[in-house]
Ligand binder design. Sequence first.
Ligand SMILES: [Zn+2]
Length: 400
Amino acid sequence: MTLLIRNIGEFFTGELARPTAPVKSILIADGRIAAIDPPDDQAKADKVLDVAGGAVMPGLVDGHVHPTFGEWTPAQDAIGWIGNYLHGGTTSMISAGELHIPGIDYDNLTPELVTSLAVVTAATTGRVRWSGVKLYAGTVLAVPGMTEAHFDRLAAAGVKWVKFIFYPFKDDTTEALNYVRWSRARGMRVKVHTGGVSRSGSSVVCGYNILSWLQPDVAAHVSGGPIPMSDEDIDATVDHTAFALEVCSSQNYRSTARVVARLIAKNQLHRLTMGTDTPGGTGVIPRGMLRNVLYFASMCNLTPGQAIAVATGNTARAHGVDVGILDVGRPADVVVCGPITGSAGTTLADAIAHGDLPGITHVLIDGELAVTDRSRQTPPPAKRAFFCCCSTGQFEARGV
Ligand SMILES: [Zn+2]
């Protein structure tokens, strides 16, 4: 199956270095982008999606979610959250730990239990594409007493992320640093909870002191999840480390503005990543990633293209997943959208710069239509994309 997306008015690449490009059409084949602006004789496709001058961007990558079992989350007694996030433009999600399992005793986690939880989740919730979304789940919650054999078992089960949240950091750093070393030797990446105590009540406070020696791959929700580290620690972390810094919907908005301003001033925006840190106490937020983009672009001095690149290419790269960038050979995870009737923006970039929510019509994951005609979570955009048959010029029904 091949698909041509044409009549593109605004194209967002997901690459921070070049966040927009004057692209008019993309050809998708076998789930990947086969060509950008193909010449007319190579632009034949089984289906043609005319986006009517609207915008095309990469599917959003939520770098911080807390799944439990498939589409069910006990954190807010909700079913179908992943499908709802898809309709908010999210096509990939990375688990920051499956810590909402009913009955879990945070104060008595053992190496066997946390390893088993990650293995079971990778083999169940992480095995299936719920609502089509790429959910990378099965993230182990590091606890004291783990041995290299536990990391062998995790790697064999396909676990890719290790999360420090309930780990009681001590003056002796040997064990935690062993975990980081063992993880990286097996292709796993390390994320650490930062800031004050989490909703669990059992996480430890983590600021620059711990980050400076632990050197994780990603420091989670550095502007609050929900309580941020101190301003001094934020500044030191930006100035004296080089790893990725994540901002989440669980944020303290004032601290986020501080983090982003300092990253811009230090020319370090490539380190900024984004997530929702949901489901959780912050809720279930289908439009959470979009709202983060809007906050960055309307209140934190990022251009709309930069804000989208942080929510896509930056976040994917920091987590080692091959999504978030629209280029030849990349997975065709695509959001088609535009400004909503009544918005201050006449273009998508203009609307985002004003902080106005975009309207989504179509979402593709690996070239397959996951949302068709319009999102059930956003108003429709003023200009609606539609399928047409290029050979006959006849339009297919646009549906409801
Ligand atoms: Zn979290």
